[in-house]
Design a protein around this ligand. Structure first.
Ligand code: NPQ
Ligand code: MG
Length: 369
């Protein structure tokens, strides 16, 4: 294909409640959407970069700028662009996986809408709905945590993940076990807040039968994650550390991870995400689909990815209502603890123009020159 242009659109969606992690508290999702146009068809991508570079080194203003200055001109210059060649076109630019992923996603959606193919069938989905887990932020008090988790269990979420940080780890897990029993699938996510000197915290967590411990140590500490993994019985799962299929191969070979959280944005796109899925599956490593507070655009694409056969654990693909009063697409909903895998062309739903307009902060059009 030859792209006519790319629209970059910044949206601001208020969260239904503040979301606190070990690296900060968010009250608004400041997201970047990309609309790619060719031959009168449009495709949508969503950049998962955060407002500030606290989850990873990327941040949304930086992602927008690297797209405007480098990535968009490169894909707009191609006369034979396909979703499968975007990676190679952008490969000369180092890093910026979230920005690259958003560009590739828009081109992939455009290509699949043109051919009438769904993300699910393109990626190799084997189910038409995926079990839905929920990520629960750090709460002011333990009784708030019990109440908030109880609400999600009532809604039907099949797995609870709580965010932890030093001082909010073993007690919250103990209290949830006491409130809801040992049969509620539970896992924890530290977002890199610990060091190996905190190993005792994770040994103490072994008593609770957690599904996994997500990203306890710093992003580039693969060797130390392997050390920690050898000291505890609960599986270690990496999120931030897995920035590519190469990193995934290293982490598996080192024994740093028994489970991988796959986020297409973090690894440079849905094609690289599928490669990590394939690699993990071949090595007997379970994967699940992470979340980055996506709008209905990214959330729908994630549901398709999570329908691949190696996604054997519930993901962080919650209903839109977990984060947003009003999504920009028809809301992703929970049905008996599952989210449906969209079957329409491309990633499925399109933004609803009125709702999109209401949350748009700015937009710009990058034309083919
Ligand atoms: C994780 N997500 O798995 C992340 C990180 C995260 C759903 O737990 C604004 C935008 C705030 C994206 C906070 C979940 C965020 C964000 C945390 C992503 O590590
Ligand atoms: Mg995580």
């Amino acid at each position: 294909m030859r792209l006519e242009g790319l629209e970059l659109r910044r949206v601001r969606l208020p969260l239904v409640s503040p979301f606190q992690t070990s690296f900060g508290t968010e009250t608004v999702r400041d997201a970047l959407l990309i609309r790619a146009v060719a031959d009168g068809v449009e495709g949508w991508g969503e950049c998962v970069a955060t407002t500030e570079p606290r989850y990873s080194s990327e941040y949304v203003d930086g992602a927008q700028q690297v797209i405007e200055r480098f990535l968009a001109p490169a894909v707009l210059a191609s006369d034979h662009l396909t979703a499968e060649t975007v990676g190679a076109v952008l490969e000369p630019f180092v890093g910026h996986t979230m920005a690259k992923a958003a560009v590739e996603m828009a081109v992939l959606d455009l290509q699949l809408r043109t051919t009438g193919t769904s993300f699910a069938s393109y990626l190799g989905a084997v189910v038409d709905r995926v079990p839905s887990g929920v990520s629960v932020g750090i709460q002011p008090r333990l009784d708030d945590l019990v109440r908030v988790v109880g609400g999600y269990l009532d809604e039907g979420y099949v797995r609870i993940k709580i965010k932890i940080q030093p001082g909010w780890d073993v007690e919250p897990v103990r209290v949830l076990g006491e409130a809801y029993g040992p049969d509620v699938p539970l896992q924890v996510d530290a977002n890199s807040a610990y060091t190996l000197a905190d190993a005792q915290v994770f040994r103490d967590l072994d008593a609770f039968g957690l599904l996994l411990i997500e990203q306890p140590l710093y992003e580039d500490d693969l060797r130390l994650h392997a050390k920690l993994a050898a000291m505890v019985s609960t599986p270690i799962c990496l999120d931030e550390s897995i920035v590519s299929a190469r990193a995934a191969a290293d982490a598996i070979a080192l024994g740093a991870t028994r489970v991988i959280n796959i986020k297409a944005g973090r690894v440079g796109g849905y094609l690289e995400a599928r490669r990590i899925h394939d690699l993990a599956r071949a090595n007997g490593v379970a994967v699940w689909c992470g979340g980055m507070l996506e709008t209905g655009i990214g959330r729908s694409a994630n549901a398709a990815l999570a329908a691949l056969p190696g996604f054997t654990l519930p993901g962080d693909i919650s209903a839109s209502g977990r984060f947003y009063e009003m999504d920009i697409t028809p809301p992703v909903v929970l049905e008996d603890g599952y989210v449906a895998v969209p079957q329409g062309p491309g990633l499925g739903p399109l933004p609803l123009p009125d709702q999109l307009e209401k949350v748009t902060a700015s937009s710009s059009w990058l034309a083919r020159s």
